[in-house]
Design a protein around this ligand. Structure first.
Ligand SMILES: *Cc1c(COP(=O)(O)O)cnc(C)c1O
Length: 432
């Protein structure tokens, strides 16, 4: 399979090249030239996430050097539970994506990308692989965990100082060794801009072998389709109906994966984007022009994004804005509504959710109030214990961190301050 840029001004490349590059040379994002097409029956003998992912992704790996490794990559990287649990509400489930090592859904994608990148060895390349990752909280930890201690790789986590939860900050600095955490005086969009600029900096590319692990990376998008495939196939077999998903959304990577699973023929129903107070997507879906803007800080900090980096991929899938708006819908949820949802879901049906998942619960309530009684899964993107300081004033018992997260929180943590300045960033990277 060949991969082309959303901007159409870069030569098509194979999978390994698209995974390694992050951004296409014309500044666009890589997409396969065509999406494979499946029917639910084609997964009849695939049980569990790795076999489903293997079948789903096989057409995209055809002809690439990574093709023979796909079964191993799926088995190693996607060995994480993704249970679909019924909630005590009509026609409503919760898809729990927080059972990986850093207790957020980004573990699936980060581990898959790492398993791919660690197997790609350009001929004659002796330099260490440098992974740059801008994070609003959870990506950096997932990528750090996926690469920590791996020989031949260096990871640079770039995050906005003071804008991640205390436990997220601790995690980011807790890997040490080949993983360096840089805390920037700025917001997430500033961090993302620093990383994007470094990846487009030819002078820097001459010195360092750079790659990215951001949500623009194709290697993160692809594996995320597999849990939507697994959940929707299970639901289809059990009930004979499609399953809709309400997805807490920031950079649009996770929700786009749900959309792509549907496009590939999986029994996915309606897809609802649940944003926090950042209004870029909700305004666009309400009919206004797409207007990226600086992100604002909210309780659902991993979604504090004003310029969703995967929007370009979403737009490239359709001929017009009207078609995009017909394919998805979006809801915006402010901090007061997040707090209220955390309290009421606990009181009403005993669910303890993180602030991101709370946005999806609010979006669900709005769908139900509008008379939508179709089957939906609320996507739970992080374990609530990661956000203990948000939850503590709202509910009486904050859950304990799961064991992997607890172990990381026991480690000492160190991060370096960095000015919001590209020269300072590139100097730090070169210093090594
Ligand atoms: C990253 C993240 C999101 C947003 O996902 P996108 O793919 O950027 O839309 C939502 N919830 C949590 C907990 C996250 O870490």
């Amino acid at each position: 399979m060949q991969f082309v840029s959303t901007r159409g001004r870069a030569a098509p490349v194979g999978l390994s090249a698209a995974l390694s590059a992050g951004l296409a040379p014309d500044g666009g994002l890589y997409m396969p030239v065509r999406w494979p097409s499946f029917e639910p029956a084609m997964f009849a003998d695939a049980a569990g996430l790795p076999p489903i992912a293997q079948r789903l992704l096989a057409p995209l790996f055809v002809g690439d050097a990574l093709e023979p490794a796909l079964p191993r990559i799926c088995a190693q990287a996607l060995d994480i539970d993704a249970p679909l649990r019924a909630l005590p509400l009509p026609a409503t489930w919760m898809l729990e994506l927080f059972h990986g090592p850093t207790a957020a859904f980004k573990d699936f994608a980060a581990r898959f990308l790492a398993a791919c990148l660690l197997r790609i060895k350009p001929a004659g390349e002796m330099r260490e692989l440098q992974i740059l990752v801008a994070t609003s909280g959870d990506t950096g930890a997932a990528v750090g965990a996926a690469f920590a201690g791996q020989p031949g790789v260096r990871v640079w986590i770039v995050y906005p100082d003071g804008r991640v939860s205390p436990r997220q900050a601790h995690q980011l600095g807790a890997f040490g060794g080949n993983v360096t955490a840089l805390r920037v005086q700025g917001n997430f969009d500033d961090c993302q801009a620093l990383v994007k600029r470094a990846l487009n900096d030819d002078a820097l590319a001459g010195r360092l072998r750079l790659s990215s692990a951001n949500s623009i990376s194709l290697g993160r998008l692809l594996p995320q389709m597999s849990y939507y495939a697994q959940a929707s196939l299970g639901h289809w077999r059990a009930h004979g109906r499609t399953l809709g998903f309400i997805v807490p959304t920031g950079n649009l990577g996770n929700a786009l994966a749900a959309l792509l699973a549907r496009r590939m023929g999986l029994p996915v129903g309606a897809i609802v984007l649940a944003s926090n107070a950042n209004a870029t997507l909700s305004e666009y879906f309400a009919g206004e022009d797409y207007t990226p803007r600086p992100g604002i800080a909210t309780l659902a900090n991993a979604m504090d994004v004003g310029a969703p980096s995967n929007f370009e991929r979403l737009r490239a899938l359709y001929a017009s804005d009207a078609e995009v708006r017909a394919a998805l819908s979006a809801e915006r949820v402010d901090d007061a509504q997040i707090r209220a949802a955390i309290g009421s879901s606990h009181a009403r049906y005993g669910a303890v959710v993180c602030p991101h998942t709370a946005c999806a619960l609010v979006a669900l309530e709005r769908r139900r109030a509008a008379g939508d009684d179709r089957d939906y899964a609320v996507v739970a993107t992080a374990h609530p214990a990661k956000f203990d300081t948000v939850l503590a004033p709202l509910i009486d018992v904050v859950p304990e961190p799961p064991p992997a997260l607890a172990a990381l929180l026991q480690q000492p943590s160190h991060s370096e301050p960095l000015a919001n300045d590209y020269a300072a960033f590139s100097t730090r990277l070169i210093a090594g």
